[in-house]
Write a protein that binds this ligand. Sequence first.
Ligand code: NAI
Length: 802
Amino acid sequence: MATIAEIFETLEYGPAPESADPALAWLEERGREVLPFIGGEFRRPAAGEWFDTLNPATAKPLARVAQCGTADVDAAVDAARAAQGAWWELGGHGRARHLYALARHVQKNARLLAVLETLDNGKPIRETRDIDVPLVARHFYHHAGWAQLMERELPRYVPVGVAGQIIPWNFPLLMLAWKIAPALAMGNTVVLKPAEFTPLTAFAFAELCRDAGLPPGVVNIVTGDGRTGELIVRHPGIDKIAFTGSTEVGRLIREATAGTGKKLSLELGGKSPFVVFDDADLDGAVEGVVDAIWFNQGEVCCAGSRLIVQEGVAETMYSRLRARMETLRVGDPRDKAIDIGAIIAPVQLERIDRLVRQGVEEGARLWQPSWSCPRDGWFYPPTLFTEVAPSATIAQVEIFGPVLVAMTFRTPEEAIELANNTRYGLAASIWTENVNLALDLAAKIKAGTVWINSTNLFDAASGFGGYRESGFGREGGKEGLWEYVQPRWKAGAKTEKDKKDSGDSKDREDDEDAAPTALPAIDRTAKMYIGGKQARPDAEYSRKVLGPGGKLIGEVGEGNRKDIRNAVEAARKAASGWAKATAHNKAQILYYIAENFGARREEIARRLDAMTGSGIEAGRAEVDLAVDRLFAYAAWADKYAGTVQATPLRNFTFAVHEPIGTLAILCPDEYPLLAFIATVAPAIAMGNAVVAVPSERWPLAATDLYQVFDTSDVPAGVINIVTGSRDVLAGVLAAHDDVDAIWYFGTQEGSAAVERASIGNLKRTWVDYGHARDWTDPEQGMGEEFLRQAIQVKNIWAPFGE
Ligand code: NAI
C-alpha cells in the first residue's frame, strides 16, 4: 500500500484554470476598446490614435487602447483642476465615505478585476486574487481612515492640488491604489496614466469610480505610452508628480520637473539583497527565496534578486533551491496551480535573455530546471546563478525577471558590505534565528524596507520607498501622506518676485543711526570651517561683506569646487559616527552650542546689526530665536524616532527614522544667523553631517560660530562651512555624488538648477523656489517639515511566533 505522502508525490497534475469568459464578455460589451476617463465620462481620444494591449500568455490582442495626446491630457488636467476645490471642501469625513465606497466596489468586483489583471499582465490568478486585489481594497480602506483623521492629525496642511501619477505594468491595479488612495484622502484630484502594457484594470476602476458616485473630475485616467506620460510630467497645470517605474525614466522626470515647483516622488528600481546566515531555518529561507524572486515572475521592484548566503550552508541551500525550482510550475497564469506566469512583453523577455547570456559570458554558473516552458506565450524559466562576482553585470543591474544571482560571505561584516554594494536601496531580507544579528543588519543595510525572516510583505499601514537611486518619497503609512500635502502657510505664500512687485521688499533704506561703531577689524578674513578646523580657501580669493550704505565690514573666503570637495569628504567621514551617536548625546551637544552661543549674545547681535543694519534690538531678538531653535531641536533629537505600524500578521513593523547621511544646506540671505541655525540644527539633530553655505550676502554671523562649535564638543566634520556664492556652490554640491540630500533656500532659478543637477545620484532635494519664508515664524521657520526633510524612513518587519 502506498503511503499518503507517496500518493501526493505521484499524483498527476491536472490544470484548474479560472474561466476568462466573464472578463472577456465584459470587454466585448465595451467594444474591446479602452477609453480615457475624463471629468467622469469615457471619451474617445481626440487624435484618434490607438494601440493594442496583448495577453502575454497567448500573445493575442485583448483590446485596443486610446493613445491620449495633448488635447486629452489638457482636458483631464482641466477636469481635475475644476473638481479639486469642491473635493477638498467636502471635508475629511465626506472624502472618507467616498474612499470607503471605492473599497467596497473593489471588493464587490474582486473576481473580475483579478481575471482582467491576469489576462493583461500574465501574472498567476492566485496572486491577483489573493494578493493584488485584496491589497487594493485594503489601501482604500486604510486611506479612508486618513481622510477621516486629516483635520485632526495634519491640521496645518492642505492638499497640493492636482497630482499627475504614472505607474508601471508589474502591479497595475495595486500601483493605481497606492497612488490614488492617499492623493484623494488628502484632498487632491488626480490624472493617472497606467502603463501601456496593462491598462485594463485602470479602465475597469474608472467605471467603479463612476458607479460609486465619485464626483466627476476627482479621478481622471488617460491611457497611452511614454509620450502621454511626458505630457503629464510637463503639464503646467499639475502640482505633483508621483512615478513608479525604471530608474532611467525616473531620472528624465527629475530633469523635466526641475525648477517647475512640482512636488515629486519617485519609486524606482532595486537589486535587493536576500541574506541567509548559517543558523537560519533553511527550508523557510528556500520558501522565502521562491517568494522573493519568483513571485510575479520576478518582475518586482523589491524582488530579493541577490541571494547572499553564508559559506558553510551555501551548497545545502543551493541544492535545496534547485530541488524546489524543479517543482515550480510555469504556464497558463489562469491556472490556479501555476507558480510563475508569463513575462509582460517580448521586449522584457529579450532583456532577461540578454542579461542571462551576459551572466554566462562573465563566468557565473547557470542552472535552470530540466523541464521547458510553454511556447505559445512569453515565458521564462526560474533561473539560478551561482559563483557570481559581486561586480558582475547580473549582480548590479536590475534584471526584472525570474533570475536569482547568488554569492557567499563569511562574516556579518562581509554580508553587510555585499548587501550595500549596489546603487539601489529599496528593500532587504534577512534570515537568521539570532535576533541580535538580524536587528544589527536591519540597522546597517541601506534600504527603505527590511524584512526579517520574511519577504515581500506589503501593507497600507507601512510606508514603502527607496534609499539611494531607488528613489525618494514613501507610499503607505502616515509617511506616505506627506507626498500629497503642503503646509498651509506655503499654499498662500508669495514668491520673492511677488513681494518685490508689491513693494513689500525686505531690503531697507540705509539707516545711518543703525551703522555700528565698535566693529571687528576689517583685516580679519573668515576662513572656511572644514573637518573641525579653520581652512584657508583653496583659491585664496575672498569676498567682501558690506553693511548698510556699502560699508566694508569684513571679508570671507570665496569657496570653490575644491573647498566643497574637502568639506564633503570631511562630512562623509564624520557621518557614520555621528549617525551612531545616541540621541541623548546629540541633544546634549545642541544644548551646549546654545549655551556657548547665548553667552556671546551681545557680540553676535552687534555683528548682525553691522551687516544688516536692522538695529541692535533686532539683532538680539535674532540671537534669542536662534537659541530657541537650538533648544527645540535638542528637545526633538530623542523624540522623533519613528512609530510602530499597525500592519496585519503577528509581527512588529517599526518605521525607523534614519539620518540621510551627508546633507548640503544653502542658506538664504535673510536672517543670516537664524536661518543658518534653523536649518543646521534639525539636520544634525537627526544625525546627519552637514556642509552648510551660510548667507551669501551676510555670512559673518555663521563664521563667528566656529569657536562656538569648537567649544561645544561638536565632533570634527559634523558641521562644515564653506562661504561664497550660493548658486555656484549649490551647483557643485547638487552634482556631488557623495552628497545624499540638498536643501536650497534661494531663487527660483537656483532651485531649478539644484533639481536638475541632482539627477546624478538622484539625491533628495528640498528647495523653496524663491518663496519667502518667515524664519521667525514658528510654523515656517521650524518644526516637523525640517525634521522630515532630515530623515529617511526604514520599515523593519519582524514577524514572530507561529
Ligand atoms: P518605464 O519606466 O519606461 O515605464 C513606467 C511608466 O512610465 C509607464 O507608464 C510608461 O508609459 C511611463 N513612461 C515611459 N517613459 C516616460 C517618460 N519619458 N515620461 C513619463 N512617463 C514615461 O518602464 P518600462 O519601459 O515599462 O520597463 C523598462 C525597465 O524598467 C524594465 O525592464 C524594468 O527593468 C524596469 N522597471 C522597473 C519597475 C520598478 O517598479 N522598479 C517597474 C517597471 C519597469
